[in-house]
Design a protein around this ligand. Structure first.
Ligand SMILES: [Zn+2]
Length: 315
């Protein structure tokens, strides 16, 4: 059998059966401190697909970083076949500042495919598309909900893309959502160059939630086993629910929100999901489910304004 070639990334050679760490250098801080993004690579002796585990595209979505960190710490990123590339923190500016965006307020996930001399976010996107994306077959990108919106573990893909939907089914998060590609997102950019991309959403920003981390890791292991990259035994069985249609339920008045259900739960039509009350004991109103379905996102902020999104209900 012919020997598998080394992997070349940013001028570094990773030999078959070896691992390495290279730095993606994009920019400097105003202190002249270089900003480097560590990229951790494991390259098996035997050939197979290349999987990218990507987190921290939004700098405050720490939960995903914990997922990738744990995969590395446990050595689960070491493939028997193929290659695994890990980027635990992509938007390092946001990570430093506990913020989703770049210092100029730009969203990296609306800056793809990027340009060489564009905004900082655009330069990040550009270097990723130039150096990393071409090497990869499958991307798993870990995200969370916003500050007060807790996402039940879910993957999202465009159901018209059969191959990606199949991978989401293999990942087998509790919910799979139909979601169209958004222009200038990383998902759009990598899908366009023929790569497969799994978007994982779970938990909320600035928080590590072990239930979510465990779900994300279990899904990642299922995908790695399916792709033949590494075989994992004893993966907990579950049947992910496919959500074809969903609606955000919004607050009909301003007040204090008191939740009556758990995220991830099935609810009948008319179930009281929460109450909204004024602080002075004058009124208390119920928020009811308009149809039966599954709650997969809950607003955990106890003070809400009329029109705020409270629950995401799917069927
Ligand atoms: Zn995100």
């Amino acid at each position: 059998m012919r020997k598998r070639p080394s992997l070349e990334l940013l001028g570094t050679e990773i030999k078959p059966g070896k691992g390495g760490r290279v730095m993606l250098e994009v920019a400097k801080l105003h202190t002249n401190t270089p900003i480097q993004i560590p990229v951790i690579i494991q390259h098996a002796r035997k050939k197979g697909p290349t999987l990218l585990l990507l987190a921290g595209l939004h700098g405050d979505e720490i939960n995903g970083t914990e997922v990738v960190r744990r995969m590395i710490k446990k050595g689960w990123n070491k493939p028997n076949h193929g290659t695994v590339i890990c980027i635990p923190v992509f938007n390092i500016f946001g990570f430093l500042n506990h913020s989703r965006e770049f210092p100029d307020g730009r969203d990296l996930n609306r800056s793809f495919p990027g340009t060489k001399n564009g905004s900082l976010a655009s330069q990040f996107a550009y270097i990723f598309m130039k150096e990393i994306a071409p090497l990869v077959d499958v991307v798993i990108d870990y995200h969370t909900g916003a500050a007060q919106r807790h996402n039940y573990p879910q993957t999202r893909c465009d159901f018209r893309d059969d191959a990606t939907k199949e991978l989401c089914e293999v990942f087998n998060a509790p919910y799979i959502l139909d979601s169209k590609l958004i222009t200038k997102s990383i998902r759009h950019a990598v899908s366009k160059i023929g790569k497969q991309y799994i978007l994982f959403e779970g938990g909320k920003s600035n928080r590590i939630d072990n239930f979510i981390v465990d779900e994300a890791i279990a899904g990642t292991k299922r995908v790695m086993t399916h792709l033949g990259i590494r075989y994992f035994e004893e993966l907990p069985e579950q049947s992910g629910r496919v959500i074809r249609d969903s609606r955000w339920l919004r607050a009909s008045s301003s007040g204090m929100l008191n939740l009556r259900i758990e995220n991830g739960q099935f609810v009948e039509k008319g179930t009281i999901l929460a109450t909204i009350a004024d602080p002075y004991g004058k009124f208390e109103r119920s928020v009811k489910a308009p149809f039966e379905g599954y709650i997969f996102n809950v607003n955990e902020m106890p003070l809400v304004n009329k029109g705020d999104a409270l629950f995401h209900l799917g069927r």
